[in-house]
Design a protein around this ligand. Structure first.
Ligand code: MN
Length: 402
């Protein structure tokens, strides 16, 4: 840690090396923590004894955000059609918010000159990169925004997946140090999906895949989707299992109180989906498949003890799993911090899942970037854990060039 002289008026003399504002603020919070917690705090310990520090104290932290959304005009237009047609699907609420007739009145941007949610999603250039720069985000791992192409008719979904992946790879070529990308595909047509997945990795050099949970109310453990899982495994590319609102069969209790989305429905749907992959035995069929879950693992880490105790292999007739749920988590899963900035939840996940399986994420533009940056820069982590979670794991798991 650089030594800083204290002046008699209490102000610090900044070190002569160039430091940015975030590091200064991090140092200040460390001093506050030191004052509050006395001589055992990280600030008071010699460098070699610091297992955990309240804030980044050294060089600037590289940050790769791993669940970041974009769209393209053609998909936005098709989404608008889906939203106009209406229906009972729970995701229509979020579609109306993003793509509805008056998207410019999204609450956070009303009466301001700030970019709207939709304009942020559509930017693969200046607007997006300037917000990344303003917050110190080095790279975004991009994916087509919820619900991907999964609410379109099959032919349209196949065509728009292809177009989206082309645009994504163009953006990555224009900004190779700022963008990585996860391909979408159309589960509605598994054969076409497999071809697009192969093209996305082998030709377009994308970094993996993202699927928005169920498609037409069917989850990926269904045998019709096995070719998709086989392709992801064979290509050695991770599949980000992004949430969407609960499928029609479990939608009713989520309709009130806005419970369908990020408040609760996303986590219930994503964790249910992940558990189906485990308990169906599908992960024994595809043992090298790598799944990424957002939202700190959608609460699954918290439930692992109980799941292991009641879903041990062969303990109930309906179970088809050969491993305990915690063993699948260790073998097949990684999680991200998208939308969760709770240091206690992060520490728990490090203990249960491992610091080498957790990646930082913002969920731009649905969640604000600044608090997510503050979280990863200030959470009580060792230097090694912070580097792993902020960028190293993402680089390894998504095979991003360093
Ligand atoms: Mn998201």
């Amino acid at each position: 840690m650089p030594k800083r002289k204290r002046q008699t008026d209490g102000k610090r003399t900044e070190p002569t090396t160039r430091i940015d504002r975030r590091v200064v603020l991090g140092g200040m919070s460390a001093i506050v923590a030191s004052a509050l917690s006395g001589p055992t705090s990280a600030m008071a310990l010699p460098e070699k004894d610091q297992q955990s520090r309240p804030a980044l104290a050294g060089a600037r932290l590289r940050k790769v955000a791993t669940e970041e959304a974009f769209t393209i005009p053609e998909v936005a237009e098709a989404m608008r059609d889906v939203a106009r047609r209406g229906g009972t699907n729970l995701d229509l609420k979020v579609l109306n918010l993003i793509y509805g007739a008056t998207p410019d009145t999204s609450t956070s941007n009303r009466n301001t000159a700030a970019p709207t949610l939709l304009s942020r999603l559509l930017s693969l250039d200046a607007t997006r990169i300037s917000e990344m720069d303003a917050n110190g985000v080095d790279m975004q791992v991009l994916a087509l925004a919820i619900p991907g192409v999964q609410m379109f008719e099959a032919d349209k979904a196949v065509a728009l997946a292809r177009l989206s992946n082309d645009r994504l790879s163009e953006a990555m070529r224009s900004h190779p140090t700022r963008f990585a990308g996860l391909a979408c595909f159309a589960p509605q047509d598994p054969r076409a999906a497999v071809l697009e997945m192969e093209r996305a990795i082998n030709r377009l050099k994308l970094n993996g895949f993202l699927v928005n949970s169920h498609t037409q109310n069917v989850y990926l453990d269904d045998s019709r989707y096995w070719p998709v899982l086989e392709a992801a495994e064979g290509l050695g590319a991770p599949l980000y299992l992004h949430p969407r609102a609960p499928s029609d069969g479990m939608a009713a209790p989520f309709r009130d109180y806005n419970m369908d989305g990020s408040i609760w429905g996303y986590a219930v749907d994503a964790s249910t989906h992940a558990l189906r992959l485990m308990l169906s035995g599908v992960l024994d069929r595809f043992p090298r498949l790598r799944i990424v879950l957002g939202q700190m693992g959608a609460a699954l880490p918290f439930w692992l003890w109980r799941l292991d105790s009641v879903a041990a292999p062969g303990s109930r007739a309906a179970l088809r799993n050969k491993l305990k749920p915690s063993e699948y988590i260790q073998r097949n899963f990684a999680i991200t911090t998208s939308g969760v900035q709770d240091p206690q939840a992060l520490r728990f996940c490090i203990d249960k899942v491992g610091a080498d399986r957790i990646m930082w994420a913002v969920d731009y533009p649905f969640q604000p970037t600044a608090p997510a940056v503050k979280f990863i820069e200030s959470a009580p982590l060792s230097d090694q854990e912070r580097a792993q979670i902020a960028f190293q794991n993402a680089q390894q798991i998504f095979r991003i060039a360093k």
